[in-house]
Ligand binder design. Structure first.
Ligand code: HOZ
Length: 426
């Protein structure tokens, strides 16, 4: 890594645990030290040493329009001139809420919060308050932020670092979470048949993207919808990554399955700190001040974030955008598949639209167990070979790679050429 980044990392470690504000960024599973980022425009990020990288992290997804899109930056600047936070109602939040209700099929009422974690935490509380039941079902390898109840067999950093149980989460609370294999409807059915009347919610990423990208099997989402409806269980889609990404209306629009509640994250604020949860009016009206389930936040509906979100959604409504993104995703997938074949590297690529993961395994990846068959040592080498040649991927096998509107076909071709070398060097 460049000298300034290395020095900055040493300095960061003096003041910040591990030198980072979120664990995966520390490069623990791939080795080495992270570049410190100074700026980003379009498909490129630049570090403090002047190194430029074609970026497929895209702030872990939200930069679907590329970095610093003009319309979003202008909107944020315009609004910032009139104040950055009021802790009071604004027109902007009503406008963004209206847009979310318009485009996300399941959402009749929506509450803005400041992160995806806050959204899932609040949705779980709401589901428990609404059903008057305590237990929840999640799926191994799905990650829903660092909510106590949801860190059981979680993906993302917890999977990356192979952390078995997390100190600080009371065993009594963890016991209320049942973790089942992703894509296994039978297991869900078994638990609901036996114990359905104690289960408040089933929560999942309808497209899992925190154990790498794992797609739902044909009948999985539909089956969950039927089972949860039959047992009076709230079905929660965590669309922090898939929302506004696989389609404007998220995975629920793409697969035609409508959950009871939906959690959204960073993308609805154009990459600013935003989250939201919404869903059926009857359930959402249990939230304070209409109902007794309490949830609040001074920064909720923050004007800068609302302005960025509105500008982003307006841009996403441009016709043909999702088709273009899908074509780019397919182009990159094909190129990477050919590159792997040429270099004799065994890989499985999972993709939907503009998100994908190259798993270093010959096994089809359909759940947490199969994702774990990946050769993470190979991924680490591949990651560094790519980074050394100016392509920035997630510093973990168990994350996704994101293509944005700003990635050109020239960028994709360059990525494929770099990948050919990187794979050949494994
Ligand atoms: N857990 C996040 C990705 N799924 C990483 C967050 C970050 O480091 O910014």
């Amino acid at each position: 890594m460049g000298e300034k980044s290395s020095l900055m990392f040493e300095r960061a470690k003096k003041y910040i645990p591990g030198g980072v504000n979120s664990p995966v960024r520390a490069f623990g599973s791939v080795g080495g030290t992270p570049p410190f980022i100074k700026k980003a425009h379009g498909a490129y990020i630049t570090d403090v040493d002047g190194g430029e990288y074609l970026d497929y992290v895209c702030s872990w997804g939200p930069m679907i329009l590329g970095h610093a899109p003009q319309a979003v930056i202008e909107a944020v600047n315009r609004v910032a001139n009139d104040g950055t936070s009021f802790g009071a109602p604004t027109e902007l939040e009503v406008e963004l809420a209206g847009k979310v209700v318009e485009v996300v099929p399941s959402i009749e009422l929506v509450r803005m919060v400041s992160s995806g974690t806050e959204a899932t935490m609040s949705a779980i509380r709401l589901a428990r308050g609404y059903t008057k039941r305590d237990r929840i079902i999640k799926f191994s390898g799905c990650y829903h932020g660092h909510v106590d109840s949801l860190l059981v067999q979680a993906g993302s950093g917890v999977m990356t670092f192979g952390i078995p149980g997390i100190p600080g989460i009371p065993a009594e609370l963890a016991k209320l979470t049942v973790s089942l294999p992703y894509n296994n409807l039978e297991k869900v059915s078994e638990v609901l048949e036996k114990e359905g009347d104690s289960i408040a919610a089933v929560i999942l990423e309808p497209v899992a993207a925190n154990m790498g990208v794992v797609l739902p099997r044909a009948d999985f989402l539909k089956g969950l919808r039927e089972l949860t409806a039959r047992h009076g269980v709230v079905l929660i889609f965590d669309e922090v990554i898939s929302g506004f990404r696989v389609a404007l209306g998220g995975a629920q629009e793409y697969y035609g399955v409508t959950p009871d509640l939906t959690c959204m994250g960073k993308i609805i604020g154009g990459g600013l700190p935003v989250g939201a949860y919404g869903g059926k009016k009857e359930i959402m009206e249990c939230i304070s001040p209409v109902g007794p389930v309490y949830q609040a936040g001074t920064l909720s509906g923050n004007p800068l974030a609302m302005a960025a979100g509105l500008a982003t959604i307006n841009a996403l409504q441009a016709s043909g955008l999702y088709d273009d993104l899908d074509k780019k995703g397919a182009y990159l997938e094909k190129g990477l598949q050919e590159a792997a074949a040429k270099s004799g590297v065994t890989a499985t690529i999972n993709r939907i639209g503009s998100i994908m993961t190259v798993f270093f395994t010959g096994t089809p990846v359909t759940d947490y167990e199969s994702a774990k068959t990946s050769d993470t040592g190979k991924y680490a080498k591949y990651f560094h070979n790519m980074l050394d040649n100016g392509v920035n991927l997630a510093p973990s096998q168990f994350e996704a790679c994101f293509v944005s509107v700003a990635h050109s076909y020239d960028d994709l071709d360059r990525t494929i050429r770099v990948a050919e070398k990187a794979l050949a060097g494994l």
